[in-house]
Design a protein around this ligand. Structure first.
Ligand SMILES: NC(=O)c1ccc[n+]([C@@H]2O[C@H](COP(=O)([O-])OP(=O)(O)OC[C@H]3O[C@@H](n4cnc5c(N)ncnc54)[C@H](OP(=O)(O)O)[C@@H]3O)[C@@H](O)[C@H]2O)c1
Length: 286
């Protein structure tokens, strides 16, 4: 086999039917870590933490592409009106820090049909530095950003494993990649989420369950509205959603954007600490 044909070689995987039974093989290239998600018609997507910002924009893009979207968060914001007008949009109120509610909500959704894609987008961010440590706020970050994901996984994974089908996508952040000033509370939870996604991928790759981690740079949402500094390479939520759909369509595990920003951060990640720490101080002034 030539190098070119090796690059073009495709791996044949078992793919599930809509009913959950294993049916016609789907294909992915050797370079694709997941089976590409391209045809959204009738696909059932549960987006947790999607009443605003990136999650909501993603729900809108997926719905426009033909998916049935089930949206959860604590406050409905614009979702209730949308759901009233469109039978392909469902509102399932949920606080991810209440495990019993997560189980009950997942149970209701699964009673109607399988979850083809789970997007965990629930997020909480307050800038914090160690010079003003607030342990309650540290723990709240952990409950929403990380433990909430664990509760949702606990609720949906058994069904995906039984069906040998589905895809789990965790919304992490470039803040996961290395420690940053003001990230005392947020950064470690996102690092945990990225680590979780990596481990999930390894454990689930033979179960025909896709896993991806999404690491946006700056996106203009309520979460970042509190930032007092100029955010480089700022995207709109709609641009972020388009990048996510592109990443799923190309079978990526590591979906990061915008590349003009994230590639720089990937390079910074490789530096030894004696260079990394002074460079961050130089760029941020902190
Ligand atoms: N914006 C950025 O620049 C950026 C960059 C990297 C990563 N991210 C990540 O992207 C994700 C989406 O954030 P965003 O920027 O779009 O901010 P956002 O508009 O504030 O969205 C956060 C979502 O999480 C929900 N949420 C918060 N606490 C929750 C809880 N206890 N239970 C259920 N839902 C909860 C919020 O709804 P309720 O408050 O109504 O519950 C909201 O729908 C987050 O995970 C964030 O960390 C954002």
């Amino acid at each position: 086999m030539t190098a070119t044909s090796q690059v073009a070689a495709v791996l044949t995987l078992k793919a599930p039917s809509r009913s959950g039974a294993v049916s016609a093989p789907a294909q992915r290239r050797w370079s694709q870590l997941n089976v590409p998600l391209t045809n959204w018609t009738g696909r059932r997507v549960w987006l947790v933490g999607a009443s605003s910002g990136i999650g909501l924009a993603c729900a809108q893009a997926l719905r426009a592409a033909g998916a049935v979207v089930m949206i959860s968060a604590r406050q409905p914001q614009g979702v209730i009106d949308w759901a009233a007008q469109d039978s392909g949009v469902q509102w399932h109120p949920l606080d991810v820090t209440v495990p019993a509610d997560v189980q009950a909500t997942a149970g209701r959704i699964l009673a109607d049909g399988p979850i083809d894609l789970l997007v965990y987008a629930a997020g909480y961010y307050r800038a914090q530095r160690a010079t003003a440590l607030d342990v309650q706020d540290l723990l709240q970050h952990d409950r929403v950003n990380y433990q909430g994901a664990l509760h949702v996984l606990d609720a949906v994974l058994p069904d995906m494993l039984a069906r040998q089908s589905g895809h789990i996508s965790l919304l992490s952040s470039v803040a996961a990649w290395r420690g940053l000033p003001n990230g005392l509370a947020y950064g470690p939870t996102k690092a945990a989420l990225t680590h979780l996604a990596e481990t999930l991928y390894m454990d689930l790759q033979d179960q025909n369950i896709g896993v991806s981690v999404i690491s946006p740079g700056f996106v203009a949402t309520p979460l970042t509205a509190q930032n007092q500094f100029a955010m480089p390479a700022l995207l709109s939520p709609e641009q972020a959603a388009a990048e996510m759909l592109k990443g799923w369509a190309s079978g990526q595990f590591d979906i990061h954007f915008p590349k003009r920003f994230t590639w720089w951060l990937k390079c910074l990640r490789l530096l030894p600490y004696r260079l990394y720490f002074p460079l961050v101080r130089k760029f941020t002034g902190l």
